[in-house]
Design a binder for this molecule. Structure first.
Ligand code: BES
Ligand code: MN
Ligand code: MN
Length: 458
């Protein structure tokens, strides 16, 4: 065993204690009152990088949250890996559904329970500790590394794309390494080679100038909440096909090879249903559950409100109705174009009795990693060495829009080396991350750096 791998085994408790310190900081990027906590998390990571004696460590201020950056590139003849992660987290609410407080990390049954444990503090931190394992055990980091940790991923990375554009030379690299996805299953390492994109819309339907008595006016005046429900119902047909004209125009259809690869994955649909307490799955006709959840586009209402929702029965006809609607996208759909098509359709199907307004929130492009890329092969071998199991290649339904931007701006592939599990409850109450996978994650990252130089195609 190399000195760095031995260092990782010997320092499990130290790594865990440090991660807990990071997890105790409520760095929620959606909450503008948490700016101080964002600063704290950024500074914690900055200090961590400073302790590694890298060539360069810097905190970059942006119009939003700071970017933590470090680099160590002493080898002229070795590949350069740009590690990316995010230190911001989703809000913890509803807090009453957490068994233990979201920002007081707690160990139970081999898992760390805390907001950000899996998404993404725990996962991003594996790479920081992997770098430490070389530095502190007296080994040289075997490749050139750059590391960029942002604090705005959960709000759509508004300042990261401009930053990458402004610092193209500094960020030059041969590949990006990201741990912000899930493994295919427990003890089943996998590399994610596809992510979906996103277009996120908010709609408003306005009827009468005030809430009305539903007996006095009901039946004679349009109810915006009824209208909104009818309009949402027109978004898909009974086969689950999205009805927005042009929506599928740029979708790259799944090939037979894609479908065979997906069908060969060891997916247990019964266990999936059981884990969610549902009697059956549901989705676009003609596709499997895995395809629906990772390789096909979707349209979903994320929230809907209007009228009376308090205690008891208040008889009211609401003046307004609102909804948030997300569309997960696949290559080569363009989020801006899809947002425009959605907006046109929403206006087109609105009856004359209401006024509608559509606004667009952040979005991003889908991405696919080239399976022949040598970096993926090194990553697969690293997983196999640490987990002692063959690695699977799968696509995932979540979005990390910056992956497409790295490809576009820096021209490089991203390796999605996820150590989480789909059951980690990211964005939900009781988010968790396996202690064992945190440990194996650090080892896999370090092993990847050891192996990579030998995989470079001459
Ligand atoms: N880490 C997730 C994305 C993810 C989760 C990818 C699981 C694959 C598997 C990331 O932090 C996230 O939550 N992304 C958002 C989109 C972003 C633009 C706010 C998402 O997917 O909703
Ligand atoms: Mn994430
Ligand atoms: Mn997230």
């Amino acid at each position: 065993m190399s000195k760095s791998q031995a260092y990782i085994d010997a320092n499990q408790q130290k790594f865990l204690d440090e991660l807990f310190e990071l997890l105790r900081i409520p760095s929620v990027s959606t909450d503008s009152t948490k700016k101080g906590e964002i600063q704290k998390a950024a500074n914690f990571l900055l200090d961590q990088l400073k302790s590694l004696n890298l060539n360069k460590v810097e905190l970059f201020e942006t119009p939003g949250n700071p970017i933590v950056y470090g680099e160590h590139c002493p080898h002229a003849d070795k590949p350069t890996v740009l590690i990316y992660g995010h230190y911001d987290v989703q809000p913890s609410d509803p807090d009453d559904l957490w068994d233990t407080p979201a920002f007081e990390p707690t160990i139970k049954d081999g898992n760390i329970y805390a907001r950000g444990a899996s998404d993404d503090k725990g996962q991003a931190y594996t790479h920081v500790k992997a770098l430490e394992s070389f530095v502190q055990s007296g080994e040289e980091i075997p490749v050139n590394v750059k590391i960029i940790l942002e604090g705005e991923e959960e709000i759509g990375s508004p300042n990261l794309v401009p930053f990458i554009n402004q610092h193209k030379d500094m960020l030059t690299c041969d590949m990006v390494l990201i741990s912000d996805t899930a493994m295919f299953g427990k003890d089943q390492p996998s590399i994610t080679y596809g992510l979906r994109g996103l277009a996120y819309m908010e709609v408003e339907v306005v009827g009468p100038n005030r809430d009305l008595h539903s007996g006095v006016y009901g039946g004679a005046v349009e109810n915006p909440l009824n209208v909104l429900c009818e309009m949402i119902a027109k978004m898909k047909d009974e086969d689950g096909v999205i009805q927005i004209p042009g929506f599928y125009d740029k979708v790259i259809p799944l090939t037979d090879a894609d479908r065979e690869a997906s069908a060969a994955l060891p997916f247990d649909e019964e266990a999936y249903k059981k884990s969610l307490d549902i009697d059956d799955v549901h989705g676009e006709k003609g596709y499997t559950t895995l395809e629906r959840a990772s390789a096909r586009p979707t349209l979903d209402v994320n929230g809907i409100w209007g009228g009376y929702t308090g205690e008891g029965a208040k008889t009211v006809l609401p003046s307004k109705a609102n909804a948030k609607i997300s569309m997960r996208l696949v290559p080569d759909q363009d989020p801006k174009e899809i947002a425009k098509l959605f907006t046109e359709y929403f206006h087109a199907i609105a009856p004359d009795t209401v006024k509608v307004k559509v606004t667009e929130h952040h979005g991003g492009h889908a991405s696919i990693t080239n399976l022949d890329f040598y970096g993926l092969k090194a990553a697969a071998k690293a997983f196999e060495d640490v987990f002692e199991k063959d690695v699977l290649f799968s696509r995932e339904g979540g979005s990390i829009p910056i992956v497409a931007d790295f490809k576009k701006i820096l021209g490089v592939e991203s390796i999605l080396m996820g150590f989480g599990l789909t059951s980690d409850a990211i964005h939900s109450p009781n988010e968790k991350f396996s202690i064992q996978d945190f440990h194996r994650g650090i080892k896999t990252s370090a092993r990847f750096f050891e192996l990579l130089p030998d995989f470079v195609e001459k």
